[in-house]
Design a protein around this ligand. Structure first.
Ligand SMILES: Cc1cc2nc3c(=O)[nH]c(=O)nc-3n(C[C@H](O)[C@H](O)[C@H](O)COP(=O)(O)O)c2cc1C
Length: 265
């Protein structure tokens, strides 16, 4: 299952044009089951996911789709990254079963649909049957910054490459990766007064891709929220650390940190 999601990283593209048909109830039921079983980044944060129709969604940059998956969360430190991490597994799963999706940071639930849940809606994923097959054929099809702009780590290339290809709000790629202790990777999100939440969701998405790439390489993966370096890059906030262990239990070898560890602003 994780392997299918990993493969989908290199094929996915945001889908904004869908067939004007609803998915069969059986497909939606299986999707609900899949969603209820995704891995959380921070298991202590309560979440809930609900599929709604287009009449329950309004607002800026709304993509017209037959269905929207809404992520609700308890309001807690780490909530946005956690939801990004969880919903990205659904995004990739949809690709792997021939459907398509688009993250929806602008649109909101209508007031009536927000009621009845003690958790806060964080973000939506529009989904359905793509009008055309727009899947990518590999990394060259992605419009992304090079690794040298988003990390100082040398080593862990496959893991960082998967993070590099992650989707982000307005394709801003608001992340930076530094080497932590024992081969762990610290993840930071660009600080912003207006885009803070979306940047954190995007960092959670990148963490999901990193986990899948590490699992693909045979590592078992854990997450921590204690940076082992007190200072991150300038203008960025710490989000989480990914710790990888070989199945044998040994921690992975650290990639060398580039000399003079460049500052990012
Ligand atoms: C957190 C987040 C919010 C987004 N919000 C919107 C949105 O409101 N409307 C939209 O059309 N696309 C939205 N997108 C899609 C991005 O524009 C898209 O992922 C990015 O341009 C990269 O393109 P790709 O997904 O095809 O790789 C969002 C993506 C993310 C990750």
């Amino acid at each position: 299952m994780q392997e299918e999601l990993y493969r989908a990283i290199f094929e996915r593209r945001s889908v904004r044009k869908f067939e004007d048909v609803e998915l069969k109830e059986g497909v939606l039921a299986r999707l609900r089951t899949f969603t209820s079983e995704v891995r959380p980044l921070f298991p202590e944060i309560r979440t809930d996911f609900r599929v709604v129709g287009p009449e329950e969604v309004k607002g800026l940059f709304k993509v017209k789709a037959p269905h929207y998956l809404v992520a609700f969360s308890e309001k807690k430190d780490g909530d946005a990254a956690n939801v990004g991490f969880m919903l990205q597994q659904v995004d990739l799963h949809l690709v792997s079963i021939g459907l398509g999706a688009c993250w929806q940071g602008g649109p909101r639930l209508t007031r009536a649909s927000r009621e009845g849940s003690e958790l806060e809606p964080v973000i939506l994923l529009a989904f359905g049957i793509p009008l055309r097959d727009e899947r990518r054929k590999g990394a060259p099809d992605f419009d992304r910054r090079p690794l040298s702009e988003i990390t100082e780590i040398s080593g862990h290339e496959e893991i960082l490459e998967a993070a590099r290809l992650a989707p982000s709000a307005m394709n801003r790629q608001p992340w930076y990766f530094t080497a932590g202790e024992n081969g762990s990777i610290n993840v930071y999100a660009a600080r912003s007064s207006v885009r803070e939440r979306m940047n954190l969701v995007s960092a959670g998405i990148a963490l999901c891709h990193m986990w899948l790439a590490a699992a693909h390489q045979g590592f078992s993966v854990g997450f921590d929220r204690e940076p082992d370096e007190t200072t991150g890059p300038k203008g960025y906030d710490y989000v989480a650390t990914m710790i990888t262990r070989h199945a044998s239990g040994a921690q992975s070898q650290v990639g060398n940190v580039a000399k003079g560890g460049r500052q990012v602003s």
